[in-house]
Design a protein around this ligand. Structure first.
Ligand SMILES: [Zn+2]
Ligand SMILES: [Zn+2]
Length: 148
């Protein structure tokens, strides 16, 4: 793990650092599993596309990703049902808007997910930032992967 802090910002060098950051979050439900977002479009074949433009609203618990490579959008969980056209995310460190995105899952003892945290890592400078979080009706951790 190569997480480090530069002038108060969290910097991660890889997508794994982003997921490690989610797992160590304090002051929220514990995160025991993480999922790195990749574009579901079949055109990427064996090379998953993991760079996105992200729109998210932390107050409304909504987020949407647009694949940098193919342009396909993915609504996170039920975000489309109460979409409010939030601004596109841009890095607080360097200002650009392309990010890797990962979800941290809080599992109840039955192995059901009840809470999800979404975070982004700037692919330019490595800055890691939380995007939003979601309370969800208990759902199997395999089943939720398609909705992230
Ligand atoms: Zn794509
Ligand atoms: Zn940046």
């Amino acid at each position: 793990m190569t997480l480090r802090t530069v002038a108060g910002r969290r910097i991660g060098e890889t997508a794994e650092d982003l997921q490690a950051w989610l797992r160590q979050l304090d002051g929220c439900p514990s995160i025991s599993r993480t999922v790195l977002a990749s574009c579901p479009s079949e055109q990427h074949g064996d090379e998953p596309a993991t760079w996105f433009y992200v729109e998210a609203d932390a107050a409304e618990s909504i987020a949407r990703r647009r694949c940098l490579s193919c342009g396909q959008t993915s609504d996170v969980l039920d975000s489309a049902e109460h979409w409010n056209y939030p601004r596109m995310w841009s890095c607080s460190g360097c200002g650009q808007s392309i990010a890797e995105v990962a979800a941290g899952l809080h599992l109840e003892d039955s192995d059901d997910v009840t809470w999800v945290a979404l975070a982004a890592r700037c692919v330019e400078c490595g800055s890691i930032e939380g995007l939003t979080d979601f309370n969800v009706d208990p759902i199997d951790s395999e089943a939720i992967a398609d909705k992230l």
